[in-house]
Design a protein around this ligand. Structure first.
Ligand SMILES: Cc1cc2nc3c(=O)[nH]c(=O)nc-3n(C[C@H](O)[C@H](O)[C@H](O)COP(=O)(O)O)c2cc1C
Length: 177
């Protein structure tokens, strides 16, 4: 049994990102894992606090007592596996997901040595998604998270591609022990 923390970024409840997360979560729970999920893109306006730095200092300011510091970070610290889920927005990840990732900074050391999973989809081609995929993979290696697997769905507008991704995400979730 692993403790899994899923962080999604898309603001589109019916979109493929959140369907990939749903499928992964379903598979992971069926395999007996404990799942925590935070949908950053579905939070109320103002719920996500941007990282703030002390003026004139490289030190990270103590974050506000918000959902990221009180709920998300504690779950991430306890997690064995972290799942990052994004759609392709302007060739990068969802801003809401990045807002949460930037808040890792004060905890980089304590968050290290986990396992990681990437779930991503985009309207464009595999090549269109390559910079975002490389970014997510780089974040994983920077955090020293061993990449267990990724599901990438280019051409998200094609139902068969979406369906394939959903099936892959569920299978990947099921493979976590
Ligand atoms: C703000 C915005 C930016 C987007 N940028 C891109 C892009 O750079 N390249 C691309 O191929 N598709 C782009 N798309 C299309 C999305 O990648 C596509 O609709 C994806 O399936 C959305 O997933 P979601 O519904 O799970 O958020 C963009 C969509 C939006 C709303």
């Amino acid at each position: 049994m692993s403790r899994i923390a899923i962080v999604t970024g898309s603001p589109h409840r019916e979109g493929l990102s959140l369907q990939l997360a749903d499928a992964f979560e379903k598979g992971a729970q069926a395999a007996g894992n404990e799942v925590y999920r935070f949908d950053a893109g579905l939070q109320k306006p103002g719920a996500l606090h941007f990282l703030r730095l002390e003026p004139g200092s490289p030190e990270v300011a103590k974050p506000d007592n918000d959902v990221v510091s009180t709920e998300v970070i504690p779950h991430l610290l306890k997690a064995d596996v972290v799942v990052l889920v994004s759609s392709l927005y302007y060739y990068g990840i969802n801003a809401q997901l990045k807002t949460v990732i930037d808040r890792f900074y004060s905890y980089n050391h304590n968050l290290k040595d986990k396992k990681g999973v990437i779930l991503a989809n985009g309207y464009g081609t595999h090549e269109d998604m390559s910079i975002m995929m490389a970014h997510l993979e780089k974040i994983m290696s920077y955090m020293r998270w061993q990449l267990l697997g990724e599901v990438e769905v280019p051409g998200s507008w094609t139902p068969s591609n979406a369906q394939r991704g959903i099936q892959e995400a569920e299978k990947l979730g099921r493979s976590i022990r």
